[in-house]
Ligand binder design. Structure first.
Ligand code: BG6
Ligand code: MG
Length: 219
């Protein structure tokens, strides 16, 4: 039987690797240093969006305005703090269920890609030892518009050589679910995106879904 889905495009931060928590801690430190209120609830809005757009969201609660040069310097400061935490990445940072899903998809001949807004995707994948497990890596260094724009998923689908309708996007961000839908792809929403009405499939994490459900849409 041919599967409905022939390629799976995974978001990286918060789907494959627990880097979403490291992003939060680095932004929190920057916000504290600047005296800007920033909570975990605020942080939910940063999932899937680019570094500079994330900074703009944080600065919505700032009492002062920052020049473009100051903003670039702040984004660099945050990224330096974030990169420090990435230096300690090990395979233990791979999220539950991921290794099993990647092996199962490979056994069934399903193509796999990363579709991430991050400019740090390659060092992260190398740090956790997964860089060679994907046929395609499309990330923040290849695109000009970040999620919810579909650009990164469209690029990944094109590089996989597949029609969008047979590519499944796996996302933990509302912006990412919207990007997948805009790309014309079915979406498996996990974690904090699991309540998104645009999702085709939902699971708390990748231990909570079978390969059959991912590939044929039935639980
Ligand atoms: C996304 C994250 O994957 O990458 C966002 O969900 C992050 O939180 C974005 O802002 C950009 O990441 P980076 O590594 O380029 O700063
Ligand atoms: Mg994510």
């Amino acid at each position: 039987m041919t599967n409905k889905i022939q390629g799976v495009i995974f978001d990286l931060d918060g789907v494959i690797v627990s880097t979403d928590e490291y992003h939060f801690r680095a932004w929190k430190k920057l916000a504290d240093e600047e005296g800007i209120p920033f909570t975990r609830e605020d942080n939910e809005r940063l999932r899937g969006v680019s570094r500079m757009e994330s900074l703009d969201i944080i600065l919505e609660k700032s009492e002062r305005t920052y020049s473009p040069e100051e903003k670039v310097a702040m984004a660099e400061r945050k990224n330096a703090m974030y990169r420090e935490s990435l230096a300690d990445l090990t395979p233990d940072d791979i999220l539950p269920g991921v290794n099993e899903i990647l092996s199962g998809l490979r056994e069934r001949g399903i193509k796999m890609a990363i579709g991430s807004s991050s400019k740090n995707a390659l060092p992260i994948l190398k740090g956790v030892g997964l860089a060679d497990r994907f046929d395609v890596i499309a990330d923040g260094t290849h695109i000009s518009r970040s999620k919810p724009d579909p650009e990164v998923f469209e690029l990944a689908g094109r590089l996989l050589g597949l029609d969008p309708s047979v590519c499944l996007v796996v996302e933990d961000a509302d912006a990412g679910v919207e990007a997948g839908v805009a790309a014309g792809m079915p979406v498996l929403a996990v974690g904090s995106a699991a309540g998104h009405p645009g999702a085709t499939l939902r699971a708390p994490d990748l231990t909570g879904i079978t390969l059959d459900a991912m590939l044929n849409g039935s639980h």
